[in-house]
Design a protein around this ligand. Structure first.
Ligand SMILES: NC(=O)c1ccc[n+]([C@@H]2O[C@H](COP(=O)([O-])OP(=O)(O)OC[C@H]3O[C@@H](n4cnc5c(N)ncnc54)[C@H](O)[C@@H]3O)[C@@H](O)[C@H]2O)c1
Length: 345
């Protein structure tokens, strides 16, 4: 009653002012709770549905044995895409294949388990030939396999830096170079590469990892323009923030064969299923670069893009804390915003 009286007694300009303020507040709240860049959110709301665009497509996923790659396999199988599953361990890929078949209408022949080591570049030509022989074509290549790093630069051996670049950068380039001629001859295809927020910005404890993802960004941003005569081919880079997976457990440390001592709890990170759903929306809509992260990480993307000075300030404050946490024996991720008082197991 009081509200309607107040609204009635307002003149038009006041109403417009209040309306604009409400609109701005709603937009601000939407931004605060957003977990992807605006292009991707727009595509999720109004664009093509993955169910319509990816059903029946042949999709090759590297790193399909765990984390984001495994979830990509499940969601793609559920919507009817045919799959080539690659990683090093055949038994793990067979497990993923069985789960895909149990939760989809796909047949045995619709999923090819193709064990592959990204480091064994000499094998990539034959692996690609096997995939093409089985399905006749490859519609989508998802370069997902890779490993992160948890070590300080001063402690990290050159062998580790070499291994990170060999795996994340050269392994990905090698597979891409095998698949691309097939796509250019057909004039159609998608090459999607899982980069990272640290492919756009930097992160302490991940100097080599960040460099390898920056290298991927540079490579694929350049390749995209080389392929402008092939409008049917999409080069897509995916930049997730922290996502639940085995990535910290599998990270490189300062020495080549030394395991991470404290992988920490992954619960606070973005659920794998949500990240993968957004990736599939991006693929269905041919989005060239996808930013996928919960807050406050997404905000960092925007700061790096539009306010680098502020981004440097925030990065230095939080990055220093991250290094302190790491040196105190805490998991650098889950302890990011907390005091390094106690050591977690
Ligand atoms: N989880 C995150 O927070 C996060 C954030 C940004 C980007 N990423 C990227 O996402 C991708 C997937 O990582 P994830 O988080 O699912 O981690 P994960 O460790 O769970 O999965 C990595 C996959 O890569 C495979 N792999 C590792 N070395 C390989 C090799 N030599 N040959 C073939 N396959 C190999 C693993 O077997 C596994 O299947 C990676 O490229 C990673 O850099 C992850």
């Amino acid at each position: 009653m009081y509200l309607s009286f107040a609204v009635l007694s307002m003149d038009i300009s006041s109403l417009i002012l209040v309306g604009s303020a409400v609109y701005l507040i709603v937009q601000l709240l939407r931004f605060i709770f957003a977990d992807a860049d605006f292009t991707l959110l727009w595509a999720a709301k109004l664009g093509n549905k993955p169910e319509d665009k990816l059903r029946g497509q042949v999709v090759w996923i590297t790193g399909a044995s765990s984390g984001i790659g495994e979830e990509l396999a499940y969601q793609l199988a559920a919507l009817g895409a045919r799959l080539i599953l690659s990683a090093r361990r055949q038994n793990e890929l067979e497990r993923v294949k069985r789960t895909c078949l149990e939760h989809s209408t796909l047949q045995e022949k619709d999923i090819l388990v193709l064990p592959l080591d990204l480091l064994d570049r000499a094998s990539h030509e034959a692996k690609t030939a096997t995939a093409l022989q089985h399905f006749g074509n490859i519609d989508v290549l998802i370069n997902n396999g890779g490993r992160t790093q948890r070590s300080l630069c001063l402690d990290t051996s050159m062998e580790v830096y070499q291994a990170i670049m060999d795996l994340n950068f050269l392994g990905t380039v090698s597979i891409t170079k095998q698949v691309l001629p097939h796509m250019t001859s057909r004039g159609t295809g998608i090459v999607a590469t899982v980069s990272s927020v640290v492919g756009l910005a930097g992160a302490p404890l991940a100097t080599g990892y960040s460099a390898s993802k920056h290298a991927l960004q540079g490579f694929f941003n350049s390749l995209r323009t080389e392929l402008t005569d092939y409008p049917g081919i999409t080069i897509s880079t995916v930049c997730p923030g922290p996502v639940q997976s085995q990535i910290v457990h599998n990270a490189f440390t300062e020495e080549l064969h030394k395991a991470v001592s404290n992988a920490g709890d992954q619960e606070h990170k973005m659920p794998t299923a949500r990240c993968v759903r957004l990736i599939l929306v991006g693929l269905a809509n041919h989005v060239k670069e996808m930013w996928i992260a919960q807050q406050p990480f997404l905000l960092f993307y925007y700061l790096w893009q539009y306010m680098p000075t502020l981004a440097w300030y925030a990065t230095n404050v939080l990055g220093r804390k991250r290094v302190q946490n790491f040196k105190a024996g805490l998991d650098a991720d889950s302890a990011y915003f907390s005091k390094p008082k106690t050591k977690t197991s």
